[in-house]
Design a protein around this ligand. Structure first.
Ligand code: ADP
Ligand code: ASP
Ligand code: MG
Length: 418
C-alpha cells in the first residue's frame, strides 16, 4: 500500500490512513506501507536548499528532502501502534534500498529485504518512507519528485506482493486531470504502455519510473482514493483503476467492461522551459555540440526543432528542458558558446506541453489533425510538435493550458455524459 502527500498531511489524515491499513492487514494479509512526506513538505524543504545555496550540492539536497518521509513513516508506525497493530518503520538505509549515485534523481538498483520480510511474516506491518534510498558509498539518495510511487512498486516487487495499491486524492486514473476537466471520466483499467506514456508527458498521478518498473517486474498496480468513508468498497474488490497488460485489456474489452477509444487520455506539463539558440552554424556536428554537454549533466531534452537555415549556413535551434534544469542548461551552453558558435540564448518558462495518448493511434490516422484543428478553432497557437507511436504533443503558451486540455477532451469524445 502506498499513501501520497495529501493522504499523509497531518496527524488526523494519518489516523485515517492507519485505519485503512489496519483493515487490509486484518485476516491473513501481510502488509508493507510506503508513505510520502506531508503535502507541501518536500516543496518547503527544496526551498530551504535553494535559500541556503542556489547552486546546491545534490548530495546535501538529498539529506534535506529525504527527511519529510522519515517523519511520516515514524508517525504512521506510531499511529498504527496506537490502534493496537504491530508496526515499525524501515528507513531506506535500514532495508536497504540500494540506488545508483545520481543524487536527486537516483534509480533503485536492488531491494534485498530479508529482515523486513521476516518481520512481516511475524505479523508486523512494515512502514517504509518512500522517495529515499542509499548509494553504494553509503549516502542518502532520493528518487526524483513523485518518487514514492516508484519506491512502492519496488517494495511490492521485492516482497512479491499480490498487488501494489497506490492511494491518492483521486479515486483512479481519469481521461485527463479531473481537477482541470470536470467531465473527465474514470478509467477502469489502463495498459502499462499507455500509463507509461501518460505519466511521462505529465499525468502526475503516477511517477513515470514506477510504471516502467511495474511493467518490467509484472507488479499489479491499482490507483485508488484514501479519502473514503468506513463503508467504502474494499480495495480487494478493485474499486480504483488497474494498470494492466495488453492481454488483460483485450479480455476486459471482450467482456464489455472497457471500450476501445482512439485516445485514452490527455495530459499537460507546465514544468518545461523553452530554449532558443539563434544563428547556430548549419553544419555537421553543430547539434551534437549543443546536446552533448546537456546529456553529460543528465539534463533531459524533450522537444527539439531545428529550423531550416535562414541565411547562409546559419539556423536557429529550439528545444525544451525541465524548468528545474534551465539555469544549469543556460550556464553550460554559455560556457560552450565558442565551441557551439551561437549568437543568442532566448529562454521562455511560460510554455506548456499538451499531449494526447492512445494505443489506437498505431492503427488509425487523423489523431494529430483533429488536435491541430481543435486548437486552431480556439485560436491556440502551436509552437512545436512531437510525436511517438502512441502520442502527439504540442507546445503552447502556458496561459492556454486549461483551455487546450478541455477543448481536446471534447474533440476526442472523452467527456462524461452524465
Ligand atoms: P500523491 O500525493 O498521492 O502522490 P499526486 O498529486 O502526485 O498525489 O497525484 C495525484 C494527482 O494527479 C491528482 O490530484 C490529479 O490532480 C493529478 N492527475 C493528473 N492527471 C491525472 C489523471 N489522468 N487521472 C487522475 N489524476 C490525475
Ligand atoms: N515527497 C516526494 C515529492 O513530493 C516524493 C513523493 O511524494 O512521491 O516529490
Ligand atoms: Mg505523487
Amino acid at each position: 500500500m502506498k499513501f501520497g502527500g495529501t493522504s499523509m498531511a497531518g496527524t488526523e489524515r494519518i489516523r485515517r490512513v492507519a485505519n485503512i491499513v489496519r483493515k487490509q492487514a486484518a485476516g491473513d494479509n501481510e502488509v508493507a506501507v510506503v508513505v510520502s512526506a506531508m503535502a507541501g513538505e518536500t516543496d518547503r524543504l527544496v526551498n530551504f536548499c535553494r535559500e541556503a545555496n542556489a547552486l546546491y550540492d545534490p548530495a546535501e539536497y538529498d539529506v534535506v528532502v529525504a527527511s519529510g518521509e522519515q517523519v511520516t513513516s515514524g508517525l504512521l508506525a506510531l499511529t498504527l501502534q496506537s490502534l493496537g497493530c504491530k508496526a515499525r518503520s524501515w528507513l531506506g538505509w535500514q532495508i536497504p534500498v540500494k540506488t545508483i549515485e545520481a543524487h536527486a534523481k537516483a534509480r533503485i538498483e536492488s531491494i534485498d529485504a530479508p529482515e523486513m520480510v521476516a518481520a512481516m511474516e511475524a505479523g508486523e506491518i512494515a512502514v517504509v518512507p518512500g522517495f529515499q534510498g542509499i548509494s553504494e558509498d553509503g549516502r542518502v539518495t532520493t528518487l526524483g519528485r513523485g518518487g514514492s510511487d516508484t519506491s512502492a512498486v519496488a517494495v511490492a516487487a521485492a516482497v512479491k506482493a499480490d498487488r501494489c495499491d497506490i492511494y491518492t486524492d483521486v479515486d483512479g486514473v481519469y481521461t485527463t486531470d479531473p481537477r482541470i476537466v470536470a467531465k473527465a471520466r474514470k478509467l477502469k483499467a489502463v495498459t502499462y504502455e499507455e500509463m507509461l506514456e501518460l505519466a511521462s508527458v505529465g499525468a502526475k498521478v503516477l511517477q513515470t519510473r514506477s510504471v516502467g518498473l511495474a511493467m518490467k517486474e509484472g507488479v499489479r498496480i491499482q490507483v485508488l482514493s484514501s479519502f473514503v468513508g468506513d463503508d467504502a468498497v474494499a480495495a480487494d474488490e478493485l474499486p480504483g483503476t488497474l494498470i494492466v497488460s495488453d492481454e488483460e485489456m483485450d479480455e476486459l474489452v471482450e467482456k464489455g467492461l472497457m471500450e476501445r477509444q482512439l485516445v485514452t487520455g490527455i495530459a499537460h506539463d507546465k514544468n518545461e522551459a523553452k530554449v532558443i539558440l539563434t544563428r547556430v552554424p548549419d553544419k555537421p556536428g553543430a547539434v551534437a555540440h549543443i546536446f552533448e554537454p546537456l546529456a553529460e549533466a543528465s539534463i533531459n531534452v524533450d522537444m527539439i526543432i531545428q529550423n531550416v537555415g535562414r541565411d547562409k549556413g546559419e539556423t536557429d535551434v529550439t528545444f525544451t528542458v525541465p524548468q528545474a534544469d534551465l539555469a544549469r542548461a543556460q550556464a553550460l551552453l554559455e560556457d560552450r558558446r565558442g565551441e557551439i558558435g551561437f549568437n543568442r540564448i532566448i529562454t521562455d518558462s511560460k510554455i506548456a506541453k499538451i499531449s494526447v495518448v492512445g494505443v489506437g493511434m498505431k492503427s488509425h490516422a487523423g489523431v494529430a489533425s483533429t488536435m491541430f484543428r481543435a486548437l486552431s478553432d480556439r485560436g491556440i497557437n502551436i509552437q512545436a510538435i512531437s510525436t511517438s507511436e502512441i502520442k502527439v504533443s504540442v507546445m503552447i503558451d502556458e496561459d492556454e493550458t486549461e483551455l487546450a486540455v478541455r477543448v481536446l477532451h471534447t474533440a476526442y469524445g472523452l467527456d462524461a455524459t452524465d
